[in-house]
Design a protein. Structure first.
Length: 346
């Protein structure tokens, strides 16, 4: 693996390096739709969703219901991955069908589709840019030492030992997803705000009604905690390997498109099980370069992308899942160093 830097000099050849790669990908037929794959995947996930709630009803008022909560946490994560692919137009060509399908999938897990789509679009445009990527907002944790030096409130309190707190905090991510979706409804610029609000309210009302209709209060609260906690842990674990621990950019850094996407992303090695568990996001480099590419084609595109990067001398990072978590946690620990030294505002 050769070395390169995140330099604005890359913009001198903006477009040409990526254009050559794009032609290779197109010639290989990897941008084509995969209707058979997505039909099977959507039917399978929908069946698991329905089956999970059927099991919930059949198990009834028993502590075995917590096993159902764990199952549904994984199913909710898979629904989120389907919504992700639909939003990127990987499944349907037409925007109206994509929006309707994505909004339906998002509503079934209590996620505001418009809020998430706006946030995710901005992330793709400027991945790992601490000034422009909403995923690096220091609302709870700090992602760089610059953020640590000016941190206040919870980020200042948690930032000292955030690497150790990261996975425990992910258990709150499911709840945060619902809260953030609700808070976003106050943003008048959000498209389809009334519809998203109605769907979010309907999901929460039906979800809580079903929980406490079939379960006594204590057991219902336990189900809620296990289901949402494991859902958040799974969801956060899907996205943590992708960019955390990779180079962080500033607003003034202007590498060209190919370098901006490749150098801030990390792939995760693995076979078919990894592809299913991570929904294809383990091929994060290829996904960021070609976001509308169907996820089953990303593994094939990897060969072409990696070879192209080697020819250009652009770093292409691929590692195992555990190693990716280790790198992410090490980066979080380094980011919090100013807080441990007690000179955060120096």
């Amino acid at each position: 693996m050769t070395s390169t830097t995140l330099s604005p000099l890359g913009s001198e050849i903006a477009g040409s390096d990526f254009a050559r790669l794009s032609r290779k990908i197109t010639d290989a037929g990897l941008q084509g739709r995969r209707p058979g794959y997505y039909t099977l995947r959507i039917i399978t996930v929908a069946a698991l969703y329905a089956g999970g709630w059927t099991a919930f009803v059949l198990v009834g008022s028993s502590w075995w219901t917590l096993a159902v909560a764990a199952l549904l946490a994984v199913v909710f994560g898979q629904v989120a991955l389907v919504a992700h692919d639909v939003a990127h137009r990987q499944v349907f060509r037409r925007r109206r069908v994509s929006d309707a399908s994505g909004r339906t999938a998002a509503a079934s897990i209590g996620m505001g589709y418009g809020w998430w789509q706006d946030k995710h679009t901005r992330h793709h445009a400027n991945p790992n840019n601490e000034d422009l990527d909403p995923d690096l907002d220091p609302d709870l944790l700090v992602w760089s030492q610059d953020q640590a030096r000016v941190a206040s409130g919870l980020p200042r309190l948690l930032g000292r030992w955030q690497a150790f707190l990261f996975f425990p905090l992910l258990t709150l991510e499911g709840f945060n997803l619902h809260v953030s979706s609700g808070r976003a409804l106050a943003n008048r610029s959000l498209k389809h705000r009334p519809l998203d609000g109605a769907l979010l309210f309907a999901h929460c009302a039906v979800y809580l009604t079903v929980l406490f209709w079939f379960l006594p209060p204590g057991m219902g609260l336990a189900f809620l905690a296990v289901h949402q906690g494991l859902f958040g842990l799974y969801l956060g674990s899907l996205f943590a390997p992708n960019h955390k621990g990779m180079p962080i950019l500033k607003a003034g850094d202007r590498p060209d498109f190919l370098r901006r996407q490749v150098l801030t992303s990390r792939n995760v090695n693995g076979g078919w099980f990894t592809d299913i568990a991570l929904g294809g996001l383990n091929h994060q480099i290829e996904h960021h370069l070609f976001p509308s590419m169907p996820s089953p084609n990303l593994r094939k595109a990897r060969v072409l992308v990696r070879r192209h990067c080697e020819e250009l001398g652009v770093d292409y990072l691929e590692t195992g899942l555990i190693a990716s978590y280790r790198q992410a946690l090490s980066s979080l620990h380094r980011a919090g160093a100013p807080l441990r030294r007690g000179n955060a505002h120096a």
